[in-house]
Design a protein around this ligand. Sequence first.
Ligand code: PRP
Length: 205
Amino acid sequence: MINVALPKGRLGDSVYELFDKIGYSCPELTENTRKLVFTNEEKGVSYVLVKPSDVAVYVEHGAADIGVVGKDVLLETEPDVYELYDLGFGKCALAVAAKNDWIEDTRLPLRVATKYPHVAQSYYASINRDIEIIKLNGSIELAPILGLSDVIVDIVETGKTLRENNMRVYTRIAPSSARLIANKSSYQFKKSEIGTLISRVEALE
Ligand code: PRP
C-alpha cells in the first residue's frame, strides 16, 4: 500500500488525473465529499487530501509515503525528503516584481512583501542587499499598491495578476513545477512500489 499526500485544488486534480491513468485509481476521490482519506485496497493506494503547503510536512514525518508539491514550496521549507521526479506541470517562477514605475532607492533597506520569506532572504543575501521582510499569506500584489512594500517575491504563472495591477517582473529567482517527493524511510521500505509508480509515470512521456 502506498500512501499519497495529494494537494487540494488545481495541482491535486492534475496529480490524481495522472495517477488514475497509471493504475492508482480511487473513484471515491472524484465524488463531491468532505472526506479526507480515500483508500483503494485493490490498487494498493491510499490518498490523503492536504493543503498544498502541507504536503511536504506529511511526507517528511512519514504520515504519507509520497506526495506532490511545487518546487517553490520545497525551496521555501527545505523539507528532509527525497525529491524524486519533476512531473513537468504546475509550471511557474519565483520572481521579484514591483510596480511598472518603481524606482529603487538603494540607500534604504528594500521592503519585500512575500509568502516566501526564506527564498527572499536567501536571494537578497546572495546579492548583498539589505531588506525588511513583510510576511503575507495571500494577495501579495496589494502590498506595493498600498505602499506597504517596495517589491514582492511571489510566484508568477501567466503574469495576469501582475499585468492587471500595473506591475511587472524585475528578476526571476527560480523556476518551479510539480515535484514527486518521498519520505526517506518509505523510499527504502517501499522501494519497489515507489519504483513501479515512477516507471509508469515515465512511460507516459
Ligand atoms: C498566486 C500568486 C499570484 C498569482 C500568480 O496566487 O500569489 O498572486 O497566483 O498567477 P498569474 O501569474 O497566473 O496571475 P494565488 O492564486 O495562489 O492566490 P493568493 O493571492 O491567495 O496567494
